[in-house]
Ligand binder design. Sequence first.
Ligand SMILES: [Zn+2]
Ligand SMILES: [Zn+2]
Length: 178
Amino acid sequence: MQFNTYTMAGTRVAVWLVNNLSPEASALTAVLSSYDVHEPMVTAGEVRALRPWTRRLREVFEAGTVAEKAERADGLLVAADCRPRLVSHGDGLPFHFHYAPVRGSLASRVEALTAAGLAHVIDDGGGERLRACGRVGCGVVFADTSRNGRRHFCSVRCANQVNVANHRLRQRRAAVVR
Ligand SMILES: [Zn+2]
Ligand SMILES: [Zn+2]
């Protein structure tokens, strides 16, 4: 599947929020402005307001099947009252999707953007690529944009830890058999 940066923005923001549950308002502002979110100035109150939402985003990544992910993402579309609109911010500027009214609160716009982002990935057939790290206890989530879609760990570090543990387990089993 093709991950285009435009539809991926919502997913990238969702991933960042889930992996940074209590961010500094300025850090979230920086992330949102890097994805061209309109008027991205976050307050501490909005960070708090987004926390329960972030837990619901995590549930999409942690769901075991694509059907469950789709069901949860669909619930987010409803909860965020996600309604796409074509918006331009001035004469001659390009039209693009907004998923909530431009005048809405930043928290409500971020909710709609992230719900739409995850829904787009699932619609594109990439639901299975929304994953939580395979190392028990890690908890980091990611969107697997690798070509073959077989990335199961958030980092080389987690992959190595699990590989080393599996290797030791095999050695121990082999020792018992001997
Ligand atoms: Zn815009
Ligand atoms: Zn990990």
